[in-house]
Design a protein around this ligand. Structure first.
Ligand code: ADP
Ligand code: ZN
Ligand code: MG
Length: 639
């Protein structure tokens, strides 16, 4: 269970609901149908089991029986001489379709009977016409209301309806500038041109240059896309209109499109201006993907957006910015020239960028002398701006809770842990044996990772349960952000991942479910080595994965083996090769834990005692027992 790099925040889900969808309408109709139907059968009648009904028929309790397609209705005879329970009201029982066995009995007892034809006019009226009519009336009412025609609709038609509901927000000055943005310098550079244009449109107009109409900000959640859009408006000093894509999808059919129209109308009245559409993917999903039907609202909205984009004249100084973290699902029509033909990648910041972002967020925070933002940045690889802002906030809250005068480095450490690994759950009790297993498991990760020639330094081992899944974790941090990994480094990572299981085998004598996540990570990594990185000698330098990465996110989105692009036999060879890599890694991990059993025991015992071991203490323990890296200079002289 190592956390080699901090877990990512899951993408924010977009609310998929809409007030009324065709499916909803259908369900409503179906319900109405059944209610009305049983109403017709049951009105003033008592429902009884078929057996009881038949019994009543055979003793002649009914004067008349009506036989419908799927039910029987009996009208009680005036006088009954039997002691049996006597029907006071008509009885209704279900009938198996086509089962006429009741008829001979009816004839025997001289009961009058008749068939009720299904679909008779009365039935038809009650069962179909009335509910459908009601539904249609309701529907028309909504539609007319949306168009501002019906009673109670706000004056001004669609636009007004859009206006009253729409959370189109307009700010004449966002008060945000590029000074509030850090760590994404390339994106800022690209957007400066847009600012330039908004400030002095004449300059560009004069030379007839092509001004982009739409700029798509692409990047993982929390990296500052919204912030950037606001900063562009702030820098240019133009009004900022914004709307979130997910808000469209909740609306009635037709309203999303109306809002888009409204948005462009309002913005062009105030041009030069910025229009920002957040979560563009919520409306801009590819039109020919996904489920059949049920998407007419989104499609209408998208079409409206496309036509507005084609319609407006960029020279008035209107620029559309949009953000998405899933560019690969966007409808290609959105990316055509004249639409979002410019894409700006807003990526996660590197170490220096993180330091700068932290510096922005601590502007209003009182910091203690010992606080090193550099170190905070070094400990948070992979985190985005929003996470960093979160860490600063947590640290300030923690310091306040402890009644400190200033935020100390210790607060930052705690805040990092909270944000990175979820809240500490100290109160979760583990039994001693579980604790021992986890201690050996994590000790194994730490030992193997530390002793591999290319292992990353282990920064912290903990067996404090956190979050829901992890019982403990071993955190190894790269000294700097890495963009390339070599085969040897990957093989060492694999061995490190296997360290937990190897240690359990050796020390506890049993393997547990604790390694599930390690195995998952290791398998994924080995598979990539074989199919994407060409790192398997037997497969050779070939890409066997169908690259499904988005064109913008680069290495962020890994290629997956989504579609088979090779033969069954190749698949078997891939599997065998992946297996071989994993077995090899486990073998190497076993060798390490076996030959450093004393180190492993020391680590596990220490973990049991204090629950957390920091990186430097780990190094001390390892060198005390003479466990050193295979290729590292032997400092203690005792191997
Ligand atoms: P996104 O829209 O990409 O999901 P946001 O712009 O909403 O991310 O970021 C949320 C918050 O995180 C911002 O308001 C800001 O406080 C902080 N933040 C994110 N990225 C940065 C950055 N690059 N520089 C400074 N602050 C940032
Ligand atoms: Zn593990
Ligand atoms: Mg955002």
């Amino acid at each position: 269970m190592p956390v080699s790099s901090p877990p990512r925040k899951p993408d924010r889900p977009t609310p998929p609901t809409r007030l009324i969808s065709p499916l909803g309408l259908f369900i409503a109709l179906a319900v109405a149908f059944f209610i009305t139907r049983s109403f017709v059968q049951d009105v003033g009648a008592q429902r009884v089991p078929y057996s009881q009904f038949r019994e009543a028929v055979s003793v002649g309790q009914f004067k008349r029986v009506a036989i419908a397609e799927d039910y029987l209705k009996g009208y009680p005879a005036a006088k009954v001489h039997d002691a049996k329970p006597q029907p006071a009201t008509p009885w209704v029982a279900s009938r198996v379709r086509g089962d006429n066995s009741i008829i001979p009995i009816l004839e025997q007892t001289h009961t009058e009977f008749e068939a009720i034809p299904d679909g008779g006019f009365g039935d038809l009226l009650a069962v179909w016409v009335v509910p459908i009519g009601l539904a249609m009336l309701f529907w028309t009412f909504l539609a007319r209301r949306a168009q501002g025609l019906g009673p109670g609709a706000p004056p001004g038609g669609v636009l007004a309806f859009g206006k009253t509901r729409a959370r189109i927000s307009m700010e004449s000055n966002t008060g945000t500038t590029f000074k509030d943005v850090a760590g994404i310098d390339e994106a800022v550079e690209e957007l400066k041109e847009i600012v330039e244009f908004l400030k002095t449109p004449e300059k560009f107009r004069r030379l007839g240059g092509h001004i982009p109409k739409g700029v798509l900000l692409v990047g993982p959640p929390g990296t500052g896309k919204t912030l950037l859009a606001r900063a562009v408006a702030g820098e240019a000093g133009v009004p900022y209109f914004s709307l979130s894509g997910s808000e469209f999808v909740e609306m009635f059919v037709g309203v999303g499109a109306a809002r888009v129209r409204d948005l462009f109308q309002q913005a062009s009245d105030k041009a030069p201006a910025i229009i920002f559409i957040d979560e563009l993917d919520a409306i801009g999903k590819s039109r020919n993907g996904g489920f059949v039907g049920g998407h007419d609202e989104r499609e209408q909205t998208l079409n409206q957006l496309l036509s507005e984009m084609d319609g407006f004249d960029a020279r008035v100084g209107l620029i559309l910015l949009a953000a998405t973290n899933r560019p690969e699902i966007l409808d290609p029509a959105l990316l055509r020239p004249g639409r979002f033909d410019r894409q700006v990648l807003v990526d996660r910041p590197d170490r220096r960028g993180r330091e700068q972002i932290l510096a922005i967020h601590v502007r209003d925070v009182k910091l203690g002398k010992d606080v090193e933002l550099r170190e905070v940045a070094a400990r948070t690889p992979g985190l985005a701006g929003a996470d960093l802002s979160n860490i600063v906030n947590e640290a300030a809250l923690l310091a306040a809770r402890k009644n400190r005068d200033a935020v100390a480095m210790a607060d930052f450490h705690e805040a990092i842990e909270r944000v990175v690994a979820g809240l500490e759950r100290k109160n979760r009790r583990m039994n001693e044996r579980e604790k021992e297993t986890v201690a050996y498991h994590e000790g194994g990760h730490a030992l193997v990772t530390s002793l591999m020639p290319h292992g990353e330094p282990v920064h912290k081992i903990s067996i404090i349960p956190r979050g829901i899944a992890a019982l403990g974790y071993t955190m190894s941090l790269p000294l700097e952000d890495r963009y390339l990994l070599t085969r040897d480094e990957l093989r060492d990572k694999l061995a490190g991942l296997m360290g937990g299981r190897a240690a359990e085998e050796l020390a506890v004598g049993e393997i547990s479910t604790g390694a599930a996540n390690d195995l998952e990570q290791a398998t994924a990594m080995a598979r990539l080595m074989v199919t994407s990185y060409g790192m398997s000698d037997s497969m050779g330098p070939v890409c066997l994965a169908e690259p499904r990465r988005s064109p913008f996110l680069g290495a962020q989105s890994m290629p997956t083996l989504s579609e088979r692009v090779h033969s069954e036999r190749t698949q078997q060879r891939i599997d065998a090769e992946v297996n071989r890599l994993l077995e090899e890694a486990l073998g190497r991990a076993r060798d390490v834990v076996r030959s450093h059993r004393d180190a492993l025991d020391r680590l596990a015992a220490r973990l049991m005692a204090v629950e957390v071991i920091e990186g430097d203490e780990l190094q001390r323990i390892l060198s005390e027992v003479g466990a050193v890296r295979a290729d590292a200079p032997n400092m203690t002289g005792a191997v």
